[in-house]
Design a protein around this ligand. Structure first.
Ligand SMILES: [Zn+2]
Length: 205
């Protein structure tokens, strides 16, 4: 009897060491993004939630919070207000997976989110690790250190326009002023000065 592709693949995977095998099975596709007018459609959102085995509503809530925008589910798609790029969405998605999907001990994705009293716990079926999620603080302090510093270039969405006409972007605790930008635009910026939680940037052309 001829072997079909699936069983050949299974046999090939069985011969690999465990960690490589897991990586081979856990392939999260990149987000496919389509900008329609003043909104951004995340087309394969449902498919990605299936792969990472997480509740789409929860994943969406995380993305919206991190991107500082509004949005909703639309069948298998997610829709964001404003224009966002694939880079921005893929970065946030990776942030979600690092925090809520991958085991911090063995780095595998075979985990479950469990609620214990008031805390969420990430339980790993592969190694048995049991990690309470203190998500917001942990990610934020890491992101602040990693993301905002003088001389840095990053991509942001202009969420508002200040009284003097400067575009305003938000990143975690930071408010970033970017002259010569309009609300809803996704722009590449260069951080010129950081003062407390306020940053001044210029648009990179
Ligand atoms: Zn583990």
């Amino acid at each position: 009897m001829a072997l079909d592709y699936e069983s050949l693949l299974d046999r090939a995977l069985d011969k690999l060491p465990d960690d490589i095998r897991e990586q081979a099975r856990f392939q999260v596709p990149d987000a496919t993004i389509l900008v329609e007018g003043n909104q951004t459609v995340f087309q394969n959102f449902g498919q990605i939630c299936d792969v990472i085995n997480r509740d789409p509503a929860q994943v969406l809530a995380y993305l919206l919070r991190e991107m500082g925008t509004a949005g909703n589910l639309d069948g298998k798609r997610a829709i964001f207000k404003g224009k966002a790029t694939e880079t921005v969405i893929n970065e946030r998605l990776k942030g979600y997976i690092d925090t809520f999907v991958l085991c911090s001990e063995c780095k595998r994705p075979d985990t479950r989110l469990v609620k214990e009293s008031r805390t969420q716990v990430l339980e790993c079926d592969a190694c048995g690790a049991h990690r309470p999620l203190k998500v917001r603080k942990a990610t934020k302090s890491k992101e602040i250190a990693a993301i905002i510093s003088e001389g840095q270039t990053l991509e942001v969405m202009i969420q508002d326009v200040g009284r003097k006409g400067d575009g305003i972007a938000k990143k975690d605790k930071y408010v970033i002023y970017v002259p010569n930008t309009v609300k809803g635009a996704v722009v590449k910026i260069f951080i010129e000065k950081v003062s407390g939680t306020i940053a001044f940037a210029k648009k990179v052309i």
